[in-house]
Design a protein around this ligand. Structure first.
Ligand SMILES: *[C@@H]1O[C@H](CO)[C@@H](O)[C@H](O)[C@H]1NC(C)=O
Ligand SMILES: *[C@@H]1O[C@H](CO)[C@@H](O)[C@H](O)[C@H]1NC(C)=O
Length: 584
């Protein structure tokens, strides 16, 4: 009897000890924007200084084949948040524009999607997203916030709802407005010529158009022209603003001490929640253009404005790690660092300054599915749980964060839908890293279109990648689509391959020479296996409303947010503290 009691006590003690030893971990997920795998020091860069990112690699696990689910911001982030290929949530465009450009667009991550933030919030986590969202804001009116982070499980949001663009920073030139000018220039000319012809015919008496109809037509044309010019003029205040939760805190957004402001806010969130499990998604605005850096970093790097911005972002990562350290949260926090896609190699200013990063040895970049577009930095640190300095070469995806984080938080994965990500913990915790992950096949979409398939056969070291089509680089011979600024995914912008182009990345990571039936005797066999995998995958993809349809991409005046001041609606306000380290 006594022994039984003792045993019981022991059991009780053990279970207690276990529950104390394993409180729920915190998560800090850092997502850089357009940072290339050739940028951080820990991936081989010797001149760009990223000591804090490198520290994560030294103290944690480095993934060398970590893949963005899409080479473009909006779809990649949608996949990251949901653990699913973007096509499943309708976040894959069938048109040229693959991302949201306007705050007042009606597309966005559907409320029916489940983000890891929502599942963690249900597990008692405090959740915040600080920085860039880019997954939509409103549906029907400018106060429904149906796509806003707060509708997707984030208790707190501070940052930009759309994206950082050159057009947001005076003097940085314009990518978007010049594209629009290009697009509307022709239709405008057509309208003008049509009207002039009409006027001439009328004058000559060859055509009878009643006066009032003619005046109406003129007014209509003038109205369209006026609206367009007005919109281009007001692009910045209308689209470049900072939100704090659902309120505008700065319109237009100011770049002064912007990194400091967001970093401090992230630190404050961690401090507020040091006693509860928390999830912080720190989604850096850098190193997307418009590039910016504060006084301490401007002009300090060896790589111009791009290097300054990257080094400041690294500083920001360091600040967050320091706060974890200071609050003794390091050992109980899983830190993840990645980039939403590869570096934007076409970002070169008219003066010739390189404003895009480096994809190291890899071909292509943002916007295409060559390795440079999708192979991104991937670092995970959790001292005591993950072995410091470990390198994992097996294919992993940014969609894997979803099941990893959800499982660690003790939540169940949604059973009513396909989750494409795989829990990383078995791979990362294994005493010697296996060469194979759970991903035997990975599918690379260019917007809506299946572009390439990756196959890491279970019994082989080969990594096959097959391209159904490839983007037409312009000018010919370039490493990107410089004439259109980003590669497009269909029509005359791509070349279809029949038979598809096949590479073995384990031997040819630069994707420089495709294998052929004469160099690879199993050529047809390999293609067939991959084709069958693509067919199986295609059968799991259901048709859903397209969030990036033209209708959903358009600017809709009734969805526009605009802050009011004492003098009425001015679309100008500033409630941000710009003083770095300013008084609380
Ligand atoms: C390091 O990064 C800079 C900035 O992106 C780039 O210009 C340089 O080529 C990179 N170096 C290497 C070795 O990739
Ligand atoms: C940025 O922060 C610095 C340091 O605190 C401060 O001196 C400066 O005034 C701030 N800049 C702006 C525009 O507020």
């Amino acid at each position: 009897m006594k022994i039984l009691l003792l045993l019981l006590l022991l059991l009780l003690f053990l279970s207690q000890a276990e529950s104390q030893a394993a409180p729920k971990p915190n998560f800090v997920l850092i997502m850089a924007d357009d940072l290339g795998i050739g940028d951080p020091g820990c991936y081989g860069n010797k001149t760009l200084r990223t000591p804090n990112i490198d520290r994560l690699a030294k103290e944690g696990v480095k993934l060398t084949q970590h893949l963005a689910a899409s080479p473009l911001c909006t779809p990649s982030r949608a996949a990251f948040m949901t653990g699913r290929y973007p096509i499943r949530s309708g976040m894959a465009s069938q048109y040229r524009t693959g991302v949201f450009l306007f705050l007042a667009s009606s597309g966005g991550l559907p409320e029916s999607e489940v983000t890891f933030a929502r599942l963690l919030k249900n597990q008692g986590y405090e959740t915040a997203l600080i920085g860039k969202w880019h997954l939509g804001t409103h549906c029907r009116n400018n106060s429904d916030f149906c796509h806003h982070p707060s509708s997707h499980g984030f208790d707190y949001f501070h940052g930009i709802p759309v994206t950082n663009l050159r057009d947001c920073k005076p003097g940085q030139g314009s990518v978007f407005t010049s594209a629009i000018r290009l697009l509307v220039f022709v239709p405008l000319q057509v309208i003008a010529i049509a009207l002039l012809t009409l006027a001439a015919l009328r004058r000559l008496g060859l055509l009878h158009v009643p006066g009032p109809v003619f005046v109406c037509l003129l007014c209509l044309a003038a109205g369209i022209l006026g609206a367009l010019l007005g919109f281009l003029h007001y692009f910045r205040p209308l689209n470049c603003l900072l939100l704090q939760n659902r309120h505008i805190s700065q319109q237009p957004l100011s770049y002064d001490n912007l990194t400091q402001r967001l970093t401090e806010d992230a630190a404050a969130f961690i401090r507020r929640n040091a006693g509860t499990p928390f999830l912080l998604v720190f989604s850096c605005l850098q190193v997307h253009t418009a590039l910016f850096a504060s006084k301490d970093f401007a002009g300090k790097s060896q790589h111009g404005a791009y290097g300054d911005a990257a080094e400041e972002m690294d500083w920001s990562v360091g600040q967050i790690l320091n706060v974890l350290e200071e609050l003794r949260l390091t050992n109980n926090t899983l830190v993840y660092f990645s980039s939403d896609q590869g570096a934007h190699v076409e970002e070169v200013t008219t003066r010739g300054d390189i404003h895009g990063g480096s994809n190291g040895i890899y071909k292509g970049g943002k916007g295409n599915n060559w390795e440079g577009g999708v192979r991104v930095p991937g670092l995970l640190r959790w001292p005591g749980v993950l072995e410091a300095g470990l390198e994992v070469h097996a294919p992993t995806s940014n969609m894997d964060i979803f099941p990893t984080v959800v499982t660690l938080a003790g939540a169940a994965l949604p059973q009513d839908r396909v989750i494409d990500g795989r829990d990383l913990m078995p791979l990362l915790r294994s005493p010697s890293p296996p060469s194979h992950s759970e991903h035997e096949f990975l599918f690379h979409y260019c917007n809506f279109y299946l572009n390439a398939v990756r196959w890491h056969p279970r019994n082989s070291s080969s990594i096959w990648k097959v391209f159904l089509f490839t983007p037409n680089f312009t000018p010919e011979g370039a490493n990107g689509c410089f004439l259109t600024h980003v590669c497009f995914c269909h029509g005359r912008f791509v070349t279809r391959h029949e038979p598809p182009l096949l590479f073995d990345l384990s031997k040819d990571p630069r994707e420089s020479s495709p294998v052929t039936p004469s160099t690879e005797p199993r050529f047809w066999e390999i293609l067939e296996v991959m084709q069958r995998a693509a067919d199986r995958h295609a059968r799991t993809v259901q048709e859903v409303p397209n969030q990036l349809s033209l209708q959903n991409l358009l600017w809709k005046p009734w969805l526009q947010m605009c802050c009011s001041s004492a003098s009425g609606l001015s679309c100008q306000c500033d409630q941000e503290k710009q003083d770095r380290g300013g008084s609380p």
